[in-house]
Every structure is written in C-alpha cells, then in structure tokens.
Write a protein that binds this ligand. Structure first.
Ligand code: NAP
Length: 253
C-alpha cells in the first residue's frame, strides 16, 4: 500500500525540496500551496522524475479556516491515509520595529504560521490517532529560540511553533505518533523576497556568505522520517557554517 505524505507550502523552497526528498523515499504526495500554476508545474516535473508515486495537489490558503475545511472535506479519503504531515508553509513580513509595525503584516504572520499550522494539524491528527501511526514535522526556526531586532512578531510565531510541537508531543504521548520541530537558520529560498518584496534587499540577506540550500533541510526532514518508529527526533537546530547565531553572520568582504 502506498505511503502518503502531506506537505504544505510545496510550491517553493523547503517545501518543494522536501517533496523531492520524500518522493525519493517512495512516498506518494499530497501537496499544497496557494499558487495553482506552481503546483501544476511541480506535478508535471515529478511525474517524470518519480513515475512510481502518486501525486495530488490542492491550492488554498492555510490561514483561511473555511478553505482548510473545504480542503479537508474534498480530500477526506486522502487525509485518512496521511502518514507524514510536514507543516512547512509559513512566512515573515517586514522587519519594522514593534513601535512602527504593520498590523496587516502581523496578522498575516500569526494567521499563517500559527493558526494555519493548527488548522492543518487538527484536520490530519485525528486520523493519525485512529491509526495509531504518523509523523508530524513542523517547520520552526532558529527564530523560535532567539529573537532579533525587527523580528519580534515573526520570532513569536516560531516560538509558538516550538510550544505547539511540545504540546502535541505531550498530548500524543502513549500513541505511536512522532512530532519533530525543525529549526533552520538562513536558507536561500523565496523567504526574503516574500519578506521584503524587494529583490535587492532579498539578495543582500545572503550576500558574501553561504546560506543553507533547501535541499539541506529537506534531507534532514527525510532522515528524521526514516528513523525507526521508536525513535523521535524532537528538535533540530541547523545553521549554515557561516552563521553562529540569528544575528551573527560571517561575510567575506
Ligand atoms: P518560501 O520559499 O517563501 O516558501 C514558503 C511556502 O509557504 C510557499 O510554498 C508558499 O506557497 C507557502 N505559503 C505561504 N503562505 C501560505 C498560505 N497562507 N497558505 C498556503 N501556503 C502558504 O520559504 P521557505 O524558506 O521555503 O519557508 C518554508 C518554512 O521554513 C516557513 O515556515 C519558514 O518560516 C521556515 N523557515 C525558513 C527559513 C529561511 O531562511 N528560508 C529559516 C527558518 C525557517 P504559496 O505562495 O504558493 O502559497
């Protein structure tokens, strides 16, 4: 029987790379994101690269409770089969100081990174409990452990992901369901472009240093998933070698 993984935010960066890594492990995939055309492109590429697996996609906004509900209803049978849920979709918006921050940006980050992750988890987790089997991988961040100036709200959402991961683990104790929190440092994806909406500013983030590649995180997730059922990798902090802390980066001049 096919093993199924559901990955949110598969239209770019870490999510796309994780889809590749899990496909390579033989998982069939249910992939989500808002950009329909990216999901189509992904499906086309993967059909050629991984002809042995099944791929389904769904375009919707995870921060919208109604849209998540509709997705869960439309994919009831698939959701019941999900063995691995990768709660990857997330974003940062702006780096304004708290006293100057945009309420819209705050709401977007909180709604996506916290509420979206919860809505998706709630829909999948009850089936995992029924099967007494499953693995939830949450994308936290080093920003979920350490705060940096201008990042307070984004960091708060990732601190929340850490708390939610711990809470899930405690509530699921006694079941065979594993919960892993992956906490990357700088990864070169569309993340900074989404945050700044400015290519120059986004490029400057990774200037003269070597960030992580999405594949580095995807391989780590695939490794966690592939551990024997009695082994749960609870948390992993992964920095690029050029980064020692959230605000400490070595740049070649
Ligand atoms: P990315 O390249 O911008 O990808 C983000 C993904 O999330 C996209 O597929 C996007 O898809 C999806 N997404 C965003 N908002 C969504 C929504 N409301 N509904 C559905 N999907 C949504 O960024 P990334 O770096 O791969 O980020 C993935 C995760 O890693 C995030 O949770 C991020 O916080 C975390 N992270 C990133 C870094 C980093 O340095 N890059 C470091 C630590 C942690 P659509 O636009 O198609 O909706």
């Amino acid at each position: 029987m096919a093993r199924w993984a559901l990955i949110t935010g598969a239209t770019a960066g870490i999510g796309w790379a994780t889809a590749e890594a899990l496909a390579a492990q033989g998982f069939s995939l249910l992939l989500t994101g808002r950009r329909h055309e990216r999901l189509e492109q992904l499906q086309k590429e993967f059909k050629v690269k991984f002809p042995q697996i099944e791929i389904k996609t769904a375009a919707f906004d995870i921060s919208d409770r109604f849209e998540v509900g509709e997705f869960m209803k439309a994919h009831q049978a698939d959701i019941a089969n999900i063995e691995v849920l990768v709660n990857n979709a997330g974003l940062a918006k702006g780096t304004d100081k708290m006293q100057e921050g945009s309420l819209d940006d705050w709401e977007t980050m909180i709604d996506t990174n916290i509420k979206g992750l919860l809505f998706m988890t709630r829909g999948v987790i009850e089936h995992m409990v029924k099967k007494n089997r499953g693995h939830i991988v949450n994308l936290g961040s080093v920003a979920g452990r350490w705060t940096y100036p201008g990042g307070g709200v984004y960091c708060a959402t990732k601190f929340a992901v850490r708390a939610l991961s711990e809470g899930m683990r405690m509530d699921l104790l006694g079941t065979k369901i594993r919960v892993t929190n992956i906490e990357p440092g700088m990864v070169h994806t569309e993340f900074s472009m989404v945050r700044f909406e400015d290519q120059k500013k986004a490029d400057a983030v990774y200037e003269n240093m070597t960030p992580l590649d999405p594949k580095d995180i995807a391989e780590t997730i695939a490794w966690c998933v592939a551990r024997p059922a009695h082994v749960n990798i609870q948390e992993l902090v992964i920095y690029p070698t050029d980064q020692a802390h959230v605000g400490m980066i070595s740049r070649r001049s």
